[in-house]
Design a protein around this ligand. Structure first.
Ligand code: ZN
Length: 279
């Protein structure tokens, strides 16, 4: 199916303006944009509490770039079974890739770096579960533990899907209520849903990507089989940013400017969640 080919270019143009703030190429002189002035950095005397310039000061976000570029060479290690509370799963998986060979692991790490930069600019402390700095993994159990041990205010696992080639779009995965073994998501189901709704809406607004048409409902799925969610004690969601096996999605996922929009959408969701009244 062809999706919104008429609408997309217009959306892209509208969405190009925020990118210029990041100093990316392609901004040109269009739109007469005078970026909203923002103090470069807080002064040394500023209090540690949140301020207009750094609304996320004192907050901690854990970003989990799904998979690892090295997993493909460490199948024995990543195929170890780990306890996710209500069952056992592989320690980690290799992830998917586009037909052209752009890997999900490369994608997730790139987007995580972009989200990290955006959230740090707002004053947040940002922790990555892996930064291409280990040969494989970590296991999904450790990915959850990193967020727990950091007492993160919120966490996300970033992915891109390997769905049917005919399917496109993105979706956010929320934790189901799972109480089994080491898993007890009772306390995080509510806040994770609020986080997921905000990230879904902000991701859609920033990228123009449609809700997945082959899985989930209105861009939302709820799952009790993911160790990274089952074992989390902090509000956490997964995002499948698109379908790498779909030609249109693959083209967007491969585009650095689109990835910046994706990162902006995710960061906006965190900011809304962490600065919201019910945060
Ligand atoms: Zn994945």
């Amino acid at each position: 199916m062809n999706h919104s080919h008429l609408r997309s270019p217009a959306l892209r143009l509208l969405l190009a303006a925020p990118l210029c703030l990041a100093g990316l190429t392609g901004c040109g002189t269009a739109a007469g944009s005078t970026p909203a002035a923002r103090p470069p950095t807080a002064t040394a005397s500023s209090a540690p509490s949140a301020s207009a310039a750094e609304p996320l000061a004192g907050r901690t976000v854990v970003l989990d770039p799904g998979h690892n570029p090295g997993n493909v060479d460490h199948t024995t290690e990543i195929n170890q079974q780990v306890d996710v509370g209500n069952g056992h799963k592989e320690c980690d998986t290799t992830g998917t890739e586009t037909d052209a060979g752009y890997t999900e692991a490369a994608y997730t790490l790139d987007v995580a770096h972009r989200v990290r930069a955006l959230l740090r600019a707002e004053g947040a402390t940002v922790i990555l579960t892996q930064d291409g700095d280990r040969p494989w993994g970590p296991c999904v159990t450790e990915r959850a533990a990193i967020g727990n041990n950091a007492h993160a205010d919120a966490a996300i696992s970033i992915h891109a899907d390997g769905g049917p080639a005919s399917g496109s779009g993105f979706h956010v995965i929320l934790p189901a209520t799972v109480v089994a073994g080491q898993a007890d998501t009772t306390a995080i189901v509510g806040p994770s849903r609020r986080l997921g709704l905000l990230i879904r809406d902000d991701f859609k607004a920033a990228t123009g990507e449609q809700f997945a048409d082959y899985v989930a409902d209105q861009g939302l799925d709820t799952r009790g089989d993911l160790g990274g969610l089952n074992l989390s004690k902090v509000p956490k969601v997964f995002i499948e940013c698109g379908n790498m096996r779909n030609a249109g999605d693959a083209q967007r996922l491969t585009d650095p400017q689109w990835r910046q929009q994706a990162a902006q959408g995710i960061a906006n969701g965190f900011t809304a969640y962490l600065t919201g009244d019910a945060g």
